[in-house]
Design a protein around this ligand. Structure first.
Ligand code: NG1
Length: 736
């Protein structure tokens, strides 16, 4: 067998099926001022191109084609020598203004390159005919997860899909230093691309400025404004999917692109007009000439459009390096990238080792039904489009070894010894709880996991980041051990397991994180656990607003929460009842008399706790009716009553939460209440879509601005999302 030994230890030529990465590096860096593609940004002096190659190798890519301007080729060759020295297959394609076949004559006055769509055509000759390829920009950092997700998509494309656009929420891709260009995606009902437009000069609209000018944390954006290539103004939702130039294709795209480029030339473009890849794929999708899947790639993306962006990117790379995600020197022989990971190897070659993957679990907001899950009463939460991600590989021995960001650090523990708790408040306790829960349930965990935990879900905000971590850990452990537990059974066992951490919680959070359904709230019943998805009506919006106070369940909140749980049990017993459902399901007269008797017989605090649980239980039943009949006003009134009860009878609200609720209602919300355990954390307001902007603006003006501003982690419009998954297959399915 011949062929150079590649960086991952495999022999090039052995696996012709490995995809190629095309790196577009011919841009002129006009806003940056110099050749930013080669700018050293990593702590060891590596450029963003090198990070792209490094991440792509680990995701299973086998060849690299750099598209450059002719005048730059020598500079690039010299600068990327270490990659060749490391055994990588690296070639160059030149992007010229004149192309023998496509553009035989030099266009008079044109200096500007033809654009990203043409750059891909320039690489065509260097691409193998049969294997898929990806395209990325040389001046963007997408992160390892992005390449892995794209590699997964290319390895197992859904029927008929031969193109993929990697996407992130638009607001996460803007620069604090000026307008940027992004592919604005319009997904169709089946989640594939309906259309895409290149948005230019995109920036948050004016409201951001009014909440303070903290460049690091722009205020919650009601929208993003910019223009199209033809000069038309655009305004899009800040959370809409944007493509930052990372794509996956099968070679059948090339003749279609060429056809579009000929059409573009036939329309006599101006000397500044560009043939954008985004527009070309968007038009092909709109004309149903190609189907393009959207691959969300999470929050890792960073771009360098302006010189000021460089410092932020350099700083993040330094932190990632300190956390062990990258070596300082990417290419020296003794710190080469790890061998190709098992999960990726199985995609592009025969399966070799136990599986790895990415376990993703959402947080939640509870719409109504607070502090009643542990009393066995139904609740009505929805899964959030904010997640914990656990990127893992199966470990040979029974050891769990995870690393978080620099604030959390890393830890390890063994599965084949008694799993002791870490000190109170340590994040590893949630992972330990998941492992203990599975082991206690009889699941054999012979293999451990090694990986990193990242996420978009703020902690200690009442959005259930703790349960999302428990769920993601359990899914990763199950997956690594090729074991399965049915979703509801898993939710129930994880609810019990999370109590190892010390909070005597109910079972709502784990169930919704596992069984959430996009566009739906979930009615969750207990004893036995059941879930019923209920569609959220078109035009209802949930505005989530943080009180800016952490509800730290590892701290004081733990005692307050457990105290309330005990008070509920005591109150029920003292009124001579055996179950809360029996109280809540009593007929009107009987219910009134139970409440009256409890009011007389119980000490004041217990009678208040009793009244909250009993009335909240009935509100959930009415709220389900309001949701089913799309009666927004009725749902809103129930939320208001829930908040008043949590504030006055259950004593879990705070002044800040009350203030948020008041401001949201003044601004036209139909209802608002604290969500989650309370004692800080978030409130949720329900409003019609056309009111969301004024509710957000009022919250910024009257709550956040006086407290120093807000960012989009703290104030956002929530969409109901699907439950947890493991991307490389497996996962769980939920019974409706
Ligand atoms: P959060 O908001 O995550 O602290 C807690 C409990 C829920 C439920 C709510 C109050 C856990 C894991 N979660 O949620 O079961 O009781 O409070 O409704 O303890």
């Amino acid at each position: 067998m011949s062929g150079a030994v590649s960086i991952d230890g495999a022999r090039q030529g052995d696996r012709p099926e490995r995809p190629t990465l095309v790196i577009l590096a011919a841009g002129r860096s006009t806003r940056f001022g110099r050749a930013k593609q080669l700018e050293p940004v990593g702590p060891g002096g590596a450029s963003l191109i090198e990070y792209a190659v490094y991440d792509a190798v680990r995701a299973g890519f086998g060849r690299f084609v750099l598209v450059v301007r002719e005048s730059q080729q020598d500079e690039f060759e010299a600068s990327l020598t270490p990659l060749r020295a490391a055994g990588l297959s690296l070639s160059f394609a030149c992007q010229r203004l004149v192309d023998a076949d496509l553009v035989p004559l030099p266009p008079p006055g044109r200096v500007r390159p033809w654009g990203t769509g043409f750059a891909v055509l320039a690489a065509a000759a260097a691409l193998p005919r049969q294997t898929p390829f990806a395209v990325c920009n040389a001046d963007d950092f997408y992160g390892r997860v992005a390449y892995e997700r794209l590699a997964h998509a290319l390895a197992a494309p859904p029927a008929g899909i031969r193109a993929f656009a990697a996407t992130s929420p638009l607001a996460d891709t803007l620069s604090a230093h000026g307008g940027v260009s992004r592919g604005l995606c319009e997904p169709g009902p089946d989640g594939t691309l309906l259309h895409m437009t290149e948005g230019l000069d995109l920036r948050l609209d004016g409201v951001a400025a009014r909440a303070g000018d903290d460049a690091e944390s722009p205020a919650t954006p009601p929208g993003v404004i910019g223009r199209t290539a033809s000069g038309a103004a655009v305004r899009v939702d800040a959370d809409s999917p944007a493509c930052m130039g990372l794509w996956g294709f099968f070679p059948v795209i090339l003749p279609l692109l060429e056809e579009r480029f000929r059409d573009f030339l036939a329309e006599s473009p101006g000397i500044e007009d560009e043939f954008y890849l985004s527009e070309a794929v968007g038009n092909l999708a709109a004309a149903e000439r190609t189907r393009c899947g959207l691959v969300p790639v999470g929050p890792g993306w960073m771009g360098v459009t302006f010189p000021e962006d460089r410092e932020r990117v350099a700083d993040s790379l330094r932190r990632l390096t300190e956390a062990g995600a990258y070596p300082v020197d990417l290419w020296t022989p003794h710190v080469r990238p790890e061998p190709l990971r098992a999960a990726q190897a199985s995609l592009f070659g025969p399966p070799q080792a136990p599986p790895g993957g990415i376990a993703t679990a959402p947080g939640r907001i509870n719409l109504i039904g607070e502090h009643i899950d542990y009393n066995g009463l139904p609740v009505l939460p929805m899964a959030l489009d904010r997640h914990v991600h656990l990127d893992f590989e199966a470990a040979g021995q029974a050891t769990v070894e995870l690393e978080g960001d620099s604030a959390h650090g890393s830890f390890a523990f063994r599965l084949d010894r008694t799993i002791e708790s870490a000190p109170r408040g340590h994040w590893s306790n949630y992972v330990r709880a998941a492992a203990r829960g599975l082991l206690d349930h009889g699941v054999g965990l012979k293999r451990g996991i090694r990986g990193t935990v990242t996420g978009t879900l703020p902690e200690a905000e009442g959005l259930s980041s703790s349960s999302a971590l428990v769920v993601a850990s359990a899914l990763a452990l199950l997956h690594a051990n090729e074991a399965e537990v049915e979703a509801l059974e898993l939710a129930a066992l994880l609810a019990r397991a999370e109590r190892y951490v010390g909070v005597q919680g109910g079972g709502m959070d784990q169930a919704v994180s596992l069984c959430g359904k996009e566009g739906h709230a979930l009615r969750i019943d207990f004893g036995p656990l059941r879930v019923t998805p209920l569609p959220v009506p078109e035009g209802w919006r949930w505005v989530v607003a943080s009180s800016l106070t952490r509800a730290e369940k590892a701290g004081a909140v733990r005692g307050l929460y457990n105290e309330r749980r005990a008070q509920c049990a005591e109150a029920l017993e003292r009124v001579g009842r055996t179950s809360w459902p029996e109280v809540v399901e009593a007929d009107e007269d009987e219910f009134a008399s139970i409440l009256a008797r409890a009011g007389k017989s119980l000490p004041l605090t217990l009678s208040r706790r009793f009244r909250h649980v009993a009335t909240e239980g009935r509100r959930v039943i009415e709220a389900e009716r309001a949701l089913r009949s799309e009666n927004l006003a009725a749902f809103g009134r129930l939320m208001n009553a829930s908040h008043a009860s949590l504030r006055d009878d259950f004593s879990v609200s705070t002044q800040a939460l009350d203030k948020i609720v008041g401001v949201a209602l003044d601004a036209g919300a139909a209802g608002a209440r604290l969500t989650g355990a309370g004692f800080g954390g978030c409130a949720v307001a329900l409003c019609r879509a056309n009111r969301a902007k004024s509710v957000i603006e009022a919250l910024i003006d009257r709550f956040y601005a006086p407290r120093g501003g807000v960012d989009r982690r703290a104030l956002f419009v929530a969409d109901a999302a699907d439950g947890a998954t493991v991307t490389s297959g497996g996962g769980v399915t939920c019974r409706d």
